[in-house]
Design a protein around this ligand. Structure first.
Ligand code: FMN
Length: 269
């Protein structure tokens, strides 16, 4: 594996997560964003205008770098599955999201470049079960290795240096090094075709989370996962991964409490 270019600063092993104030502590309903810290640069950039892309006039190869660099940061599902013959498979997927907590569902989508389905989606289609593991900073290189385009009969676990931990309900193991793992059963599968075409170019799956395994060290007394202990990595554009930086809180607003002020604003010309 190639080392990162020398001119870059070394990885900082301390957690980079901290809570700060929000960019604008004085914002009131109807105000523009100009009172925010950083607003002037943002407004200046607006003067350059927009470039608009019509996806119907673009190839998938042109759309891909724009979408993966603009829709960031993406969480990563580190998926362990088994082939019908029992061959273990492990690979990362960042077209991944939480869909619902009632029922507890996650979504993952797989692209089939060159008409070859990903081993992971083939396995899930056949066995209807898998685990999703959250990747933390210390083992991101191990996880990245598993995206290797190995043939279906190769067990990526071996080269990854990661440890299989038996699951409790599904047959595919979870990643022992992960602090947050989900045992999932297939809830829904939908093959994706470009509009007006019957060519299957990808597969979207929804997984029903049956079991959640959380390392005690990342769990607060209130039953919340502590971000600075989980230290999750995200996917950015190109080959870039991201880590958590500063976070801030903003209030959740209640119509009952705020309606008089908001209604008053509606009356203004
Ligand atoms: C961080 C990361 C995220 C990825 N996300 C996706 C994704 O969302 N969908 C996809 O089809 N491939 C994605 N890939 C590529 C797959 O991991 C890669 O094709 C892998 O070989 C699939 O393994 P499999 O055929 O054993 O399932 C990603 C790769 C990396 C490194």
């Amino acid at each position: 594996m190639k080392a990162s270019p020398k001119k870059r600063p070394s990885f900082e092993p301390e957690s980079t997560f901290r809570l700060t104030e929000p960019p604008n502590t004085n914002w009131r309903y109807g105000d523009s964003y100009m009172g925010s810290l950083g607003a002037e640069d943002w407004a200046k950039d607006e003067e350059q205008g927009w470039k608009t892309f019509d996806t119907s006039q673009m190839t998938p190869r042109e759309i891909y770098p724009l979408m993966i660099s603009g829709i960031i940061p993406r969480p990563i599902a580190f998926v362990s599955s088994l082939s019908p013959a029992g061959v273990p498979n492990l690979a990362p997927f960042s077209y991944f999201s939480m869909v619902s907590h009632h029922p507890p569902l996650v979504s993952i989508s797989f692209l089939h470049p060159r008409h070859k389905e990903k081993d992971t989606s083939e396995n899930i289609r056949a066995t209807k079960a898998f685990t999703v593991n959250i990747i933390s900073e210390p083992f991101v290189a191990n996880a990245n290795f598993t995206s290797i385009d190995a043939p279906a009969d190769v067990d990526e676990w071996i080269g990854s240096g990661l440890t299989k931990e038996p699951s409790t309900i599904v047959k595919s193991p979870r990643v022992k090094e992960s602090a947050f793992s989900m045992e999932c059963e297939l809830y829904h599968l939908h093959d994706l075709c470009p509009p007006g075409s019957s060519e299957v170019t990808g597969t979207l799956i929804l997984g029903h989370i049956r079991m959640l395994h959380v390392r005690k060290a990342v769990l607060s007394e209130k039953g919340i996962v502590k971000a600075n202990n989980l230290r999750p990595v995200s996917r950015l554009g190109g080959k870039m991964y991201g880590r958590l930086g500063d976070a801030f809180e903003l209030p959740r607003l209640s119509w009952e409490k705020e309606k008089d002020v908001v209604n008053e604003l509606q009356k203004k010309p």
